[in-house]
Design a protein around this ligand. Structure first.
Ligand SMILES: CC(C)(COP(=O)(O)OP(=O)(O)OC[C@H]1O[C@@H](n2cnc3c(N)ncnc32)[C@H](O)[C@@H]1OP(=O)(O)O)[C@@H](O)C(=O)NCCC(=O)NCCS
Length: 419
C-alpha cells in the first residue's frame, strides 16, 4: 500500500467546499440536493447561512498522487454560560466523511487536527452533539450536559384570559423593532442557565429563520411587551401532519418573570383546537414548567447528551465562574494523549467566584489524577468526581474526590439548542 496522508484545512477552492457540502447532505440530511438550479440554490443558501458565519474545514486524503476531499466539519464560534460566565467554545457541527472513506481514521485525524487548531487559537473548550461516542471520546470529549425534548399536553396549560393578558401587548416579531431586545432578554436568561449557549449569529439565524427543516423559511415568533418593555418571546414551528392540524414545536421561549412565562404558556395553550401538545426542550427542573400552577405530566421523548473537550486546562479553569461560597485548592494530574501540551500537574485554586490553574511540579494534596475526558465532565458540572472514579476516569483518595466535587459543583448543565 502506498503512503496516504490526511490534510485538515479550510477549503482552498469552491469545488472543495462543494464536495464537502454534498457529503454533508448525503451523510447527515438524508439525501443529496436535486441536480440543476434547485441544488445550486440550496448550495448558495448553505454558503450564506453556514459557510459565511462559521469556519468550514475539509479533510483531504492525499494518495497515489491524487488529492480528494473525504469530508469535513464546521466550527461555530459560540460560548456556554457556566455559573453565569460565558466560556468560549469551538462548537463542532456537521462532521461528515463520505461513505467510501469511512473507517480509515479520517474523522479521527480531522478531529485531532481541529482540536490542535482551536487550542492554538486560544479557545478554552470545544463542544458537540455526538452521533457516535467512540470517535469523540477517542480524542478527549466526555459527557457535559443534557438535551431533553418534552411533550407537554396543551389541555393542562392555562387558557387565554382577557384579565391576565390585559397587561401584555402581544405582537408578531418584527426583526428590526425587536431584535436587540430579544437578544438582550435571551442573554439575561441564558446566563442563569448552566450550559446555555451564548449564541452567535449562526445560532440566531437558525432560531429565527432557518430552523424549520426547509419546510418554512421563517418560524412563527411573538413578542410580549409590558409597559412597552419586551418581557417575553416565543418562537415555534407548526409542522403539518397528514390529518387535520399540525405539530407545534417550540424553538425558543424566554420570559423575564413568572407572569411573562405564563403569558407565553397561554398563547401556546390557545393552539389546543388543532393540536394536542407542544414539544420543547426543557431542563430537569425547568422553572418555566414548574411556574405552572398545575405542572402537566409530560413525557421526555428524546434525551441526548452533548459532550465537551478541554482544549487548554489553564484558560478553561479561569474562564468559568464558581459559586462565591466555594473556596479551596486541588491538585490535578491531567493525562492528555491527544494534546500532550495540555497534560501535566496543575494546582487549581478557587476563591470569590474566580478560578485559576497554574502548572505545578510539587505533589501537593488533596490531589486527583484524571483523564482529560473526566475533567470535561467535572468542569461543566455534569458529573462529580465520585462518579468519574466509578467510571475509571479519575483516581484519588476520599479527600481529593470530595474537594474536586466541591470545587467544580454546579447546577445540572443542559441545552435547549441543537447545533
Ligand atoms: C461518524 C463518521 C464521521 C466517522 O468517520 P470515519 O472517518 O469513518 O471515522 P474513523 O475512521 O476515524 O473512525 C471510525 C472507526 O474506524 C476505525 N478506524 C480508525 N482508524 C482506522 C484505520 N486506519 N483503519 C481501519 N479502521 C480505522 C476506528 O476504530 C473507528 O471505529 P470505532 O469508532 O467503532 O472505534 C462517519 O461515519 C460519518 O460521516 N457518518 C455519517 C454522519 C455522522 O454520523 N456524523 C457525525 C455527526 S456527530
Amino acid at each position: 500500500m502506498g503512503s496516504r496522508t490526511i490534510d485538515y484545512r479550510a477549503p482552498s477552492v469552491d469545488a472543495e467546499q462543494r464536495a464537502y457540502a454534498w457529503t454533508l447532505m448525503q451523510s447527515l440530511m438524508g439525501g443529496l440536493p436535486p441536480p440543476g438550479a434547485e441544488g445550486e440554490a440550496w448550495y448558495q443558501r448553505w454558503c450564506e447561512r453556514t459557510a459565511a458565519l462559521t469556519d468550514v474545514r475539509v479533510a483531504s486524503v492525499q494518495e497515489r498522487g491524487r488529492s480528494r476531499v473525504a469530508g469535513g466539519l464546521v466550527v461555530v464560534p459560540m460560548g456556554h454560560f457556566l455559573c453565569g460566565r460565558s466560556v468560549r467554545t469551538a462548537a463542532i457541527n456537521a462532521v461528515a466523511i463520505a461513505p467510501e472513506h469511512r473507517s480509515q481514521g479520517v474523522a479521527t485525524s480531522m478531529m485531532t487536527a481541529c482540536l490542535r487548531e482551536q487550542r492554538a487559537r486560544g479557545v478554552p473548550i470545544s463542544t458537540l452533539f455526538p452521533a457516535t461516542w467512540s470517535l469523540y471520546r477517542r480524542v478527549g470529549y466526555e459527557v457535559a450536559g443534557s438535551y431533553r425534548l418534552s411533550v407537554i399536553p396543551l389541555d393542562r396549560l392555562p387558557r387565554p384570559s382577557p384579565q391576565d393578558d390585559a397587561g401584555f401587548e402581544i405582537s408578531a416579531f418584527e426583526e428590526e423593532r425587536d431584535r436587540s431586545e430579544i437578544l438582550a432578554l435571551y442573554a439575561t436568561w441564558a446566563r442563569s442557565q448552566q450550559g446555555a449557549l451564548d449564541r452567535g449569529p449562526w445560532m440566531w439565524l437558525r432560531v429565527l429563520h432557518a430552523m424549520a427543516q426547509g419546510k418554512y423559511d421563517r418560524p412563527f415568533a411573538y413578542v410580549f411587551r409590558r409597559e412597552s418593555r419586551l418581557v417575553a418571546y416565543v418562537v415555534f414551528v407548526q409542522n403539518t401532519v397528514p390529518a387535520m392540524g399540525y405539530e407545534l414545536a417550540v424553538l425558543d421561549f424566554v420570559g423575564a418573570d413568572r407572569d411573562a412565562v405564563l403569558a407565553v404558556w397561554r398563547l401556546l395553550g390557545a393552539h389546543r383546537s388543532m393540536t394536542p401538545h407542544v414539544t420543547m426542550h426543557v431542563s430537569s427542573a425547568d422553572p418555566r414548567v414548574l411556574a405552572l400552577k398545575e405542572p402537566p405530566r409530560h413525557s421526555i421523548t428524546q434525551s441526548l447528551d452533548w459532550v465537551a473537550r478541554i482544549l487548554d486546562v489553564e484558560s478553561a479553569i479561569s474562564a468559568r465562574a464558581y459559586p462565591k461560597a466555594v473556596a479551596g485548592e486541588i491538585h490535578l494530574d491531567v493525562r492528555d494523549e491527544v494534546l500532550p501540551d495540555n497534560a501535566g500537574q496543575f494546582a487549581v485554586t478557587v476563591e470569590g467566584g474566580q478560578g485559576a490553574a497554574r502548572r505545578s511540579t510539587s505533589a501537593g494534596a488533596p490531589r486527583v489524577t484524571l483523564d482529560i475526558r473526566a475533567l470535561a465532565a467535572l468542569y461543566t458540572g455534569r458529573m462529580d468526581a465520585r462518579g468519574l472514579r466509578e467510571m475509571g476516569l479519575l483516581h484519588g483518595d476520599e479527600d481529593g474526590v470530595d474537594r474536586a466535587s466541591a470545587i467544580f459543583a454546579a447546577p445540572a448543565p443542559w441545552l435547549g439548542d441543537m447545533f
